[in-house]
Design a protein around this ligand. Structure first.
Ligand SMILES: [Zn+2]
Length: 492
């Protein structure tokens, strides 16, 4: 596969200046504010001059039910903090309430997050961009119908984005470097050979409990789910030693024509919920490596709970996408005080022990290579016809932000969360396009109904069976109650 290390890419970036105002609630580790911090930092690095910035449309219920059940999306649209008591039963059914609380504007938040990833996919499908970035997306734990909300995620923007890409791409590769297993995306595509999901994550006594090395997909999707279970303390060197060979082999055998990269930043050192020891540079190296394959590339966010480091990582990864170097000295920005005492972009690893020995990593690699050898080269059926885009040309609600409008002050305007919500104490932790078709001006008949969707139907059963086979069902560590005990500062 062709690799060109220094090619310049057309980059589109999706951001809504309201996103930072959504607030999960007191002490909740998930803070959409980190996306605004990222935005402000990359503006002040001048990166906005090198890419197109779009305000995502709000994904409609119709778009979101391409994956989620109608019932669930209707519920998300209806529920509010002031009418919660009327929805007890559904809250239980959909797993909304604890880790996934009801908050003001919840539905809109989901619409923006999903809207960005769907728009990014449409943009890539049109070949109007090489790389599309949606730091508001990457919510990989959300499921199709029952217990849909999970791990701070409600709507799975990634699955929606991939479904859109599948209209033009025969095979899509999904890579997940969040510290948690990318269970929602894996489950959605567990029985198809058109999406390969590759997740690197902490495994063992850790949320969400799935992602065993032996979980490899089922039916037609057998060998198309790849899980890399890791122990505490992964550092840059170990991570690269497993990421590079596995992704190289995956590219060689699966030959995707588009890639979605979930850049969850809770795998960074010092994350409030994570337990890895990656630096911003090590995390970004993954993006850099994948970018070199020159495939249509979507980058989304994900977890990340020490928010000053999240914004460092995603700013750096935006610069990697653009192929520009940015200074280690942080430019002055609206949240400058967060970045003390050093005010640098790059961070140092801690002295935590790396429990992933070379032997352990080698063993995993060998096992995974054996599985990948089972893949036929260039698998899958041909797409016969191309269904309509989620966002069509006529009602193009793309909202491109004018360069003059992009002043850093602009997104300061609407801070509604209490001021000390943003205090450091709260986030302190211990620490070749051959599948493309030219379609302009051509009538596009619909793809046979459900071709890409129906595969996700049986998945739950299969996974449940696998689970009970192994006699394990470990849920764990990411309850808010637990993480709250780490909070030190006084809360409003
Ligand atoms: Zn995570």
């Amino acid at each position: 596969m062709a690799m060109q290390p220094h090619s310049k890419k057309r980059v589109c970036y999706y951001y809504d200046s309201d996103i930072g105002n959504y607030y999960y609630g007191q002490g909740h580790p998930m803070k959409p504010h980190r996306i605004r911090m990222t935005h402000n930092l990359l503006l002040n690095y001048g990166l906005y001059r090198k890419m197109e910035i779009y305000r995502p449309h709000k994904a409609t219920a119709e778009e979101m039910t391409k994956f989620h059940s109608d019932d669930y999306i209707r519920f998300l649209r209806s529920i509010r903090p002031d009418n919660m008591s009327e929805y007890n039963k559904q809250m239980q059914r959909f797993n909304v309430g604890e880790d996934c609380p009801v908050f003001d504007g919840l539905y809109e938040f989901c619409q923006l997050s999903a809207g960005g990833s769907v728009a990014a996919a449409v943009k890539l499908n049109k070949q109007a961009s090489d790389i599309c970035i949606n730091w508001g997306g990457g919510l990989h734990h959300a499921k199709k119908s029952e217990a849909s909300a999970s791990g701070f995620c409600y709507v799975n923007d990634i699955v929606l984005g991939i479904l859109e890409l599948l209209k033009y791409h025969q095979r899509v590769l999904y890579i997940d470097i969040d510290v948690h297993h990318g269970d929602g995306v894996e489950e959605a595509f567990y029985t198809t050979d058109r999406v390969m999901t590759v997740s690197f994550h902490k495994y063992g006594e850790y949320f969400p409990g799935t992602g065993d090395l032996r979980d490899i997909g089922a039916g037609k999707g057998k060998y198309y789910a790849v899980n890399i279970p890791l122990r505490d303390g992964m550092d840059d060197e170990s991570y690269e030693s497993i990421f590079v060979p596995i992704i190289s082999k995956v590219m060689e055998t699966f030959q995707p024509s588009a890639v979605v990269h979930q850049c969850g930043a809770d795998s960074l050192t010092g994350d409030r919920l994570g337990c890895f020891n990656l630096t911003v540079r090590g995390h970004g190296k993954c993006v850099e490596f994948v970018k070199k394959y020159n495939l249509p590339f979507m980058m989304v966010g994900g977890g990340g709970y020490t928010i000053r480091n999240v914004s460092r990582a995603w700013t750096y990864e935006t610069s990697v996408a653009l192929g520009v170097e940015i200074a280690n000295e942080l430019p002055y920005n609206d949240y400058f005080e967060y970045f003390g005492p050093d005010f640098k972009l790059h961070i140092s690893p801690s002295n935590m022990a790396n429990q992933n020995t070379t032997e352990y990593l080698e063993k995993i690699k060998t096992r995974l290579f054996e599985n990948l050898r089972m893949l036929p080269h260039a698998p899958g059926v041909q797409v016969q016809t191309i269904p309509e885009d989620a966002i069509n040309e006529e009602s193009d609600n793309e909202d491109k932000i004018d360069k003059d409008e992009r002043l850093p002050q602009k997104d300061l305007d609407k801070r509604i969360a209490p001021d000390n919500e943003f205090s450091d104490s709260e986030d302190e932790g211990e620490g070749g396009r051959r599948d493309h078709r030219s379609y302009k001006g051509r009538k596009r008949p619909r793809l046979e109904k459900g071709n890409e969707n129906k595969e996700s139907g049986d998945k739950k059963h299969i996974k449940d069976e696998l689970k009970s086979e192994k006699g394990e069902d470990k849920e764990d560590s990411k309850s808010i109650a637990e993480s709250e005990s780490k909070d030190t500062g006084p809360l409003p």
